[in-house]
Design a protein around this ligand. Structure first.
Ligand code: NAD
Ligand code: DAU
Length: 335
């Protein structure tokens, strides 16, 4: 099988490239990535010379290039996106360009090349924000995106479904909860907090720290997508979750404990505007239909993640001293 993976130099995409080449040594993988601030070829160093792997630098909104690449693949697994909520609050144009226009360009290329199989990687954030006692999101939950990021992902989901209904494009969609693990860009909660603590810095907890997210170890997200592209029903959506709902405060205290720090390392800062209160996922559809469930429990995943950041200081120090430093200063001044 020939896979075209978009955004394969980012956090989840690079984990997926590693996962596929290991599990299916005879598959061919083309990784198309624009190498924005979030794309990093260091994530793929170990497999860059694998004869079944090829990297192409390019933009998903480049119709000519997408037509060329899609003509020569069997399945598209679409990760490429602007992915950070806080950045979408600072400036949302790139989110519309990549997440909406880029996805549309890919869908057109898939349609123009004999209706290629298309898996769209999406997020639970499209469903909005839950109250403390609301039932978890599932595939029937109405869309209610509340940040420029989630609104752009919701638009892309709608386009993907429209191409199924209108043109018979063989699509599937996954809406997954928060991932954590290796190669996670240190602007997001887990890698930011872990690396700040390694550097003896404080960790900025938004608002009262009581917002809830459901956490999934990234390899489990990869195995869910693997199950969907091989066994998923065409036209269907699958919600993917980690069975690990936690407040940000709980996570922070757990990380502090595992890293031998105390609460004096916490700095409570101004809340994210429009901060969604709670996400939770009911993943019974993918469990019942495809036999998928998370395999890594939260404690184990967190330990593995902390170890990875301790053992890969060069990877994140390089990032934290680059363009990211400008972004972080802007964020800080914004508080
Ligand atoms: P990321 O920001 O780490 O990586 C995104 C990748 O896309 C980068 O390598 C970047 O260079 C590339 N990219 C951006 N714009 C591009 C363009 N125009 N053309 C080609 N490549 C481009 O993101 P991530 O956290 O790995 O998320 C991957 C996907 O999974 C996204 O679609 C995101 O919405 C979704 N998702 C993420 C999470 C999470 O917790 N991180 C959870 C659920 C779903
Ligand atoms: O739910 C899936 C989504 O998870 C993905 O679609 C997004 O691409 C991904 O970035 C992630 O979004 P979140 O906004 O939930 O992740 P983030 O790591 O930015 O924040 C997690 C929680 O931690 C959130 O409630 C905000 C809070 N937070 C975050 C940062 C960066 C803090 O308290 N302090 C921080 O410095």
């Amino acid at each position: 099988m020939k896979l075209l993976i978009t955004g394969g130099a980012g956090f989840i995409g690079s984990n997926f490239v590693h996962y596929i080449l290991k599990k299916y040594p005879d598959y061919q993988v083309v990784n198309l990535d624009l190498l924005t601030y979030a794309g990093n070829l260091e994530n793929l160093k170990e497999i860059e010379n694998n004869p079944n792997y090829k990297f192409v630098k390019g933009d998903i909104a480049d119709a000519k290039l997408m037509n060329e690449l899609i003509a020569d693949c069997d399945v598209i697994v679409h990760f490429a996106a602007e992915s950070h909520v806080d950045r979408s609050i600072l400036a949302s144009e790139e989110f519309i360009r990549t997440n909406v226009i880029g996805t549309h360009t890919l869908l057109e290329a898939a349609r123009n090349n004999g209706n290629k199989r298309f898996h769209h990687v999406s997020t639970d954030e499209v469903f909005g924000s839950l109250g403390a006692t609301d039932p978890a999101f599932n595939e029937a939950t109405p869309y209610d995106p509340r940040s420029p990021y989630s609104a752009s992902k919701a638009s892309s989901d709608h386009l993907v479904r429209a191409y199924f209904h209108t043109y018979g494009l063989p699509i599937t969609i996954s809406n997954c909860s928060n991932n954590y693990g290796p190669y996670h860009f240190p602007e997001k909660l887990f890698p930011l907090f872990i690396t700040n603590l390694i550097e003896d810095k404080k960790v900025p907890l938004y608002g009262d720290g009581m917002n809830v997210r459901d956490w999934l170890y990234v390899e489990d997200h990869c195995s869910a997508i693997d199950a969907i592209i091989h066994k998923g029903r065409i036209g269907e959506t699958y919600c993917v979750g980690g069975n690990a709902e936690k407040t940000n405060k709980e996570i922070t205290y757990k990380i502090l404990e595992l890293m031998g720090k105390d609460e004096s390392s916490i700095e409570f800062v101004k809340d994210r505007p429009g901060h969604d209160k709670r996400y939770a996922i009911d993943f019974s559809k993918i469990k019942n239909e495809l036999g998928w469930e998370p395999s890594v429990n939260f404690e184990e995943g967190l330990q593995k993640t902390i170890e990875w950041y301790k053992n890969n200081e060069a990877w994140w120090k390089d990032i934290k001293s680059g363009e990211y430093a400008n972004y972080y200063e802007k964020q800080y001044n914004n508080r």
